[in-house]
Structures are given as structure tokens and as C-alpha cells.
Ligand binder design. Structure first.
Ligand SMILES: Cc1cc2nc3c(=O)[nH]c(=O)nc-3n(C[C@H](O)[C@H](O)[C@H](O)COP(=O)(O)OP(=O)(O)OC[C@H]3O[C@@H](n4cnc5c(N)ncnc54)[C@H](O)[C@@H]3O)c2cc1C
Length: 314
């Protein structure tokens, strides 16, 4: 499952910093740590993170417009230029042993004096009948990945966020019709994307409506609204937010809020000294690539200070 290429990486040593995650936050943190001459290792379940699944990014400063994957390719180039080692693996538990941490995956143990948790979030499920049954057969959580299968079909996007609007705009390029189905009064997209949605003839918004069931035979045929109406669609794209990947942090006792987000301060410090967190997994109110990178960079500064204070003899 994982491409664990550990060639040339000394796994017996204790790293100054291990960064967990393969998204913009983790890589931003690692780039700064490497430039501080820290001995840094990045371990990510997948490379690219959530941003790599979006078709277009138009708000990353200095880059007018780029695909999410294209942006992360640039992060990868920058990381490679600094020879930062990356291992594709999933860390499942962390233990504190004396002055350092031990991190465990199914396959391997790693050691570090400090950690930055940048494990992002998981797409939220709608939790209705038919969602699980038709996952991959008409139910999707990623328009960029699955949109091309719906050429000239009728699809709906569930949700009212900026991400939902962007998914609808992407789907409208290829499909016959896109319905945005939103439980609130008015979608909450960025003004520019909201305007694009309103001006797009192929997109129609159905407000004040919840989906209670997804129906089909081999693939999806329809959804059922909370007023009982059956509505025909070929595909359902669910874009209703995400939940933080913080179980790992919770297990070692890092404090989280009622949403499960890791509580951090302005130095990206968590409740456990030596463990830092940043990006979508943390409790900052705004979750974008650039805000994650910023918190990740702050985590690198703080980890550098933390390790320096330890006066380690290498
Ligand atoms: C449809 C959509 C469109 C978006 N558009 C924009 C946009 O235009 N501009 C923008 O700035 N933001 C956008 N965002 C938000 C942006 O994607 C996120 O804010 C950003 O990806 C957060 O980065 P992150 O690195 O904190 O987390 P993520 O990108 O979620 O990365 C987390 C990483 O951690 C890894 N991981 C998880 N658990 C473990 C573990 N136990 N061990 C090791 N690794 C682990 C994951 O595999 C992943 O690589 C969009 C989001 C969506 C859904």
C-alpha cells in the first residue's frame, strides 16, 4: 500500500524534527526546518494532501492560477531541492520516551526530538442511506477525480461552501446540468465564485433542502429530498466539510477542542512540549493552503527553538 523507499535514510538516528503529513502545511514546515539545518524527515500517508484534489487554485499568493496538483508539484520540487527525505507511510501511535518521541507505523519505528502534526482532515460523510452503497458508483467526494466520468450527465453537489461552489463550477464544464443542493438559505462561497455560479447557465441552486436518501440500481438514479420529493441525478458529489485527522494526537494526550481539532497557540505549540501542530488538523478558524503553510512555518521556528534549548550532543 505504501511506497516506503527508505534508501539512504538512517532510521536508527533520532531526527530533530519529524513532520507528519504530505500536504502544503507539512512541506512548508519541512522546507523551513531544512533551511534551519535541522535534521528533518517528512512522513505522509499520501503526498499532496487535500489541495491536490482541487482543479484550480487562484488564491495562493504569487501564483495567479494553477491546479492543486500543479501547486503541490512545485512544493515537491522545492522539497527535493533541499534534499528533504520523504517516506510514504501512516503513523499510528506516538510515545514519549525520555527526551524524545517514538513514532510507530505498521512497518517501522521512527525517533525524533520534536514532531509537527500536519495530518489535515478527512472529507465528512453525509450519513444517509445509499451513501456507502453507491460510493464509487455515483457517490463521490472529489469532483476533480471523478467529474470526467459524468460527461453530459446530470449531477448534484451537496453543500454550500466555497469548495462546493468550486466543485460545481468544475463539474459544469463537462456535464449537462449541475444542481447545488444546500441546507441553508444562501451558499457561502467567496463572492467571486458565488458570482461565477450565479452566471453559469448550467448550474442551479436548490436552497433550504437536505438529502435524506440516495437511490439507484447499479449506479445512482436519484436522491430523496427532506420534503419527500424524488429528484433524478446520475451523480452525487458530497462537499460538506471535513473532520480533523487528530486521533493520533489524542492518543498521546494532546489537547483538542470539541470539533476534535488540535488546540495550538501562536507558536503552533500544542499542550505537549515538543509536539507542534499546524494546518487543517489544528483549531485555527480559517483553513486554506496558505494559512496551513504559515502555521507550519511557525511550527518549524518553534521546533528549532525547542531542539536548540535541549543542547543535544550529536
Ligand atoms: C474542493 C476543495 C477546494 C479547495 N480549494 C482551495 C483553494 O483554492 N485554495 C486554498 O488555499 N485552499 C483550498 N482548499 C483547502 C486546502 O485544500 C486545505 O486547507 C489544505 O490542503 C490543508 O493542508 P494540510 O497540509 O493542513 O492538510 P491536507 O492537505 O489535508 O494534508 C494532510 C496530509 O496528512 C496525511 N496524513 C493524514 N494522517 C496521517 C498519518 N497518520 N500519518 C502520516 N500522514 C498522514 C494525509 O495523507 C495528507 O497528505 C480546498 C479544499 C477543498 C476540499
Amino acid at each position: 500500500m505504501f511506497n516506503i523507499d527508505m534508501e539512504g535514510i538512517d532510521l536508527e538516528k533520532t531526527f530533530d524534527l519529524i513532520v507528519l503529513g504530505g500536504g502544503p502545511t507539512a512541506i512548508g514546515c519541512a522546507i523551513y526546518a531544512a533551511r534551519f539545518a535541522m535534521d528533518v524527515l517528512v512522513i505522509g500517508k499520501t503526498f499532496g494532501g487535500l489541495i491536490a484534489t482541487t482543479h484550480i487554485v487562484e488564491n495562493y499568493p504569487a501564483i495567479t492560477s494553477i491546479s492543486g496538483q500543479g501547486l503541490m508539484d512545485m512544493f515537491k520540487d522545492h522539497m527535493d531541492s533541499l534534499n528533504i527525505p520523504y517516506i510514504s507511510d501512516e503513523i499510528r501511535t506516538i510515545d514519549k520516551i525520555d527526551d524524545h518521541f517514538e513514532l510507530h507505523s505498521f512497518f517501522q519505528n521512527f525517533k525524533a526530538y520534536s514532531i509537527c502534526i500536519a495530518t489535515g482532515s478527512e472529507r465528512r460523510k453525509l450519513g444517509v442511506s445509499g451513501e456507502e452503497e453507491f460510493a464509487g458508483r455515483g457517490v463521490s467526494y472529489c469532483a476533480t477525480c471523478d467529474g470526467p466520468f459524468y460527461k453530459d450527465k446530470v449531477v448534484c453537489v451537496i453543500g454550500g461552501s466555497d469548495s462546493a461552489a468550486k466543485e460545481a463550477l468544475f463539474l459544469a464544464q463537462n456535464t449537462q446540468k449541475v444542481y447545488i443542493i444546500y441546507r441553508g438559505k444562501e451558499i457561502r462561497a467567496e463572492p467571486i465564485n458565488k458570482q461565477r455560479v450565479y452566471e453559469n447557465d448550467k448550474i442551479e441552486i436548490i436552497n433550504n433542502t437536505n438529502i435524506v436518501e440516495i437511490k439507484g440500481d447499479n449506479t445512482v438514479n436519484s436522491v430523496i429530498f427532506d420534503n419527500g420529493q424524488e429528484f433524478e441525478v446520475d451523480g452525487v458529489f458530497i462537499e460538506i466539510g471535513s473532520d480533523p485527522n487528530s486521533d493520533l494526537a489524542k492518543r498521546i494526550g494532546v489537547e483538542t477542542n470539541d470539533k476534535g481539532e488540535i488546540i495550538i497557540n501562536r507558536k503552533s505549540e500544542t499542550s505537549i512540549p515538543g509536539i507542534f501542530a499546524a494546518g487543517d488538523v489544528a483549531d485555527a478558524p480559517f483553513k486554506q493552503a496558505i494559512t496551513g503553510v504559515s502555521e507550519g512555518v511557525i511550527a518549524a521556528y518553534s521546533a528549532f527553538d525547542y531542539v536548540k534549548e535541549m543542547n543535544i550532543e550529536y
